[in-house]
Design a binder for this molecule. Structure first.
Ligand SMILES: NC(=O)c1ccc[n+]([C@@H]2O[C@H](COP(=O)([O-])OP(=O)(O)OC[C@H]3O[C@@H](n4cnc5c(N)ncnc54)[C@H](OP(=O)(O)O)[C@@H]3O)[C@@H](O)[C@H]2O)c1
Length: 255
């Protein structure tokens, strides 16, 4: 029953050239999907696509998800090349740690634009090109552990809470088109994204997590795989945490 649950499916993974997005692309390829990875840096994408091609059919497209025209071109290229899209994983994103009082207006807008606006542009454009006309699709939004706010990264907490709420609105509005919209909230995942944080911020952090360890990109990818498959057809509007229990107990960052 669990063999190749994504056979014949076409998936777009934004930010699929590194970390969690790469792991999601890899797991989807192993389960029979064709995968398009998209982000800003061509070198990163081509190196990732070369590695991913060991698992299945993959191609890349350079796209900054903050730019609606580039997002439109991405969907046009999928229309021309694959003709169809079944799964969208909104994983592209990024932020930086800062006390709230020190976040500049520019820095605030950059993080909101990247994590909230970009997610909306990609989702709406994919829905109009593919999911609504074909009456079906799966959207999976990668957010973050915002269960108790996001002290130390208020900008991304606000952006991800926006995506959490958007997930619910779209799940209801688009249920008539048989589109399921869900979110995954990773805790602290040992991934490329962590490399930008100062080591002192992360030192000893395992002890504050009930699971006493960080998560792995594959542990996020397994849930994405499930949500993308027909096994999750009755799940929509949900945010599922993959965080070793961190939303419930322990300091997220040393303040
Ligand atoms: N690692 C964690 O502990 C953790 C926890 C919670 C949430 N998350 C979130 O999960 C996602 C993946 O994280 P990660 O750890 O795998 O980090 P990562 O390796 O830095 O991945 C982020 C990816 O997003 C792409 N990206 C960033 N801005 C983009 C834009 N404007 N347009 C298109 N692509 C863009 C980057 O590629 P380019 O540079 O080529 O554009 C990169 O491949 C991120 O949204 C991250 O914030 C991570």
């Amino acid at each position: 029953m669990f063999d190749k649950v994504l056979s014949g499916k076409i998936a777009l993974v934004t930010g699929g050239g590194s970390g969690i997005g790469f792991a999601i692309a890899k797991q989807m390829l192993t389960q029979g999907a064709k995968v398009i990875i998209a982000s800003r840096k061509q070198e990163r994408l081509s190196a990732a696509a070369a590695k991913l091609s060991a698992y299945g059919e993959v191609r890349y497209h350079v796209c900054d998800t903050r730019e609606p025209e580039q997002v439109e071109r991405l969907m046009q290229s999928i229309s021309e090349t694959e003709k169809n899209l079944h799964i969208l994983v909104n994983n592209a994103g990024g932020q930086f740690p800062s006390p709230a009082e020190d976040i500049s207006i520019k820095g605030w807008n950059v993080v909101i634009n990247n994590n909230l606006n970009g997610t909306f542009y990609v989702t709406q454009t994919a829905a109009k090109h593919f999911f609504i006309p074909q009456r079906g699709g799966k959207v999976i939004n990668i957010i973050a552990n915002i269960y108790r706010g996001f002290p130390g990264m208020a900008h991304t907490g606000a952006a991800r809470a926006g995506v959490d709420n958007l997930t619910k609105s779209l799940a209801v509005e688009w249920s008539k088109y048989h589109i399921q919209v869900n979110a995954i909230a990773p805790g602290i995942i040992r991934s490329t994204g962590l490399e930008q944080y100062p080591p002192e911020l992360l030192r000893g952090i395992e002890e504050t997590i009930p699971a006493k360890r960080l998560g792995t990109p594959d542990e996020v990818a397994y849930l994405a795989l499930f949500l993308a498959s027909h096994l999750a057809d009755y799940i929509t509007g949900e945010t599922i945490y993959v965080d070793g229990g961190q939303r419930l107990w322990g300091d997220v960052w040393k303040m």
